[in-house]
Write a protein that binds this ligand. Structure first.
Ligand code: FAD
Length: 231
């Protein structure tokens, strides 16, 4: 009997015959059993409420040869390649959350008046707006650059990692600053800014945590330096 969390340890299996398989979909949701795959309890989360997260249990589920994805033994390569695309995907999602939070903050700062003028005219708020916009643009450009290079067929493990790391940290920061600009109303569920604040952290964790992302970036750079020297 295994579950999704214990099953996710690919590092130790490096070099062995890893295969990708197509599994039946679990559309039946929590409580469903699909020939050895049981969908367990639905897990409540801080954010990302629109996507259901459940415990998955695998116990003797058999897959036929027709369910094999690609070639046998190349599963790890497929997985690593999927991670590159996945990290660019997370970076793009982070840019989207950051953009929404920034737009909401800018709108609110122009509407909300204190001491006889819009808070956007207070320098303390202008500092935040400038920093948020600059980081948002940098995150967008890093993400776009990684996506374009991947589209051109380049290996982008380092670039995808950088885009994911920077964009997700930026989304978290901008969502926090947007909440602060909204003051007390930002803490209520009347406005969407609290949702951005709850959705942003998943981008820091998913597709490899940002701690692991830093390791991926550093190791990738060291490997490239070795390869350059060997030429
Ligand atoms: C709702 C949800 C959906 C998700 N969807 C996806 C998805 O679709 N795709 C996907 O790839 N991931 C997804 N994730 C993330 C994934 O499930 C894991 O949570 C993530 O990979 C981290 O693994 P872990 O939770 O076992 O943390 P752990 O590995 O236990 O890490 C705990 C902490 O220790 C740190 N750490 C661990 N090892 C090291 C190390 N060697 N050096 C330095 N620090 C270390 C981590 O960075 C983290 O801070 C999702 C997570 C959630 C909550």
């Amino acid at each position: 009997m295994g579950d999704e969390r214990r099953a996710r340890r690919p590092g130790r299996a490096r070099g062995t015959d890893i295969r990708g398989h197509l599994l039946p979909d679990g559309r039946e949701g929590a409580g469903a059993a699909l020939g050895g795959i049981t969908v367990g309890r639905a897990i409540d989360k801080l954010g990302y409420k629109g996507v259901e997260t459940v415990d998955m249990h695998y116990d003797g589920h058999r897959v036929g040869a027709d369910a094999l994805l690609g070639d046998a033994g190349r599963g790890l390569g497929y997985l690593l390649s999927a991670l590159e695309v996945g990290r660019i995907n997370i970076a793009a999602r982070a840019v989207g959350v950051a953009r929404a939070a920034f737009d909401a903050a800018l709108r609110y700062a122009r509407d909300r008046h204190t001491f006889g003028r819009p808070i956007a005219e207070h320098q303390a708020i202008q500092m935040k707006i400038a920093d948020m916009a600059t980081k948002l643009e940098a995150a967008r450009l890093l993400t776009r650059s990684a996506a374009e290079r991947r589209q051109a067929g380049e290996r982008v493990d380092v670039e995808a990692g950088m885009a994911k790391l920077f964009a997700s940290e930026t989304a978290f920061e901008i969502a926090t600053e947007a909440l602060r600009i909204h003051g007390g109303v930002g803490y209520t569920t009347d406005l969407p800014v609290e949702r951005y604040y709850r959705d942003a952290p998943l981008m820091i964790i998913g597709e490899g945590t940002n701690e692991i992302q830093r390791l991926v970036i550093a190791r990738g750079l060291l490997k490239r330096a070795e390869e350059t020297e060997a030429r």
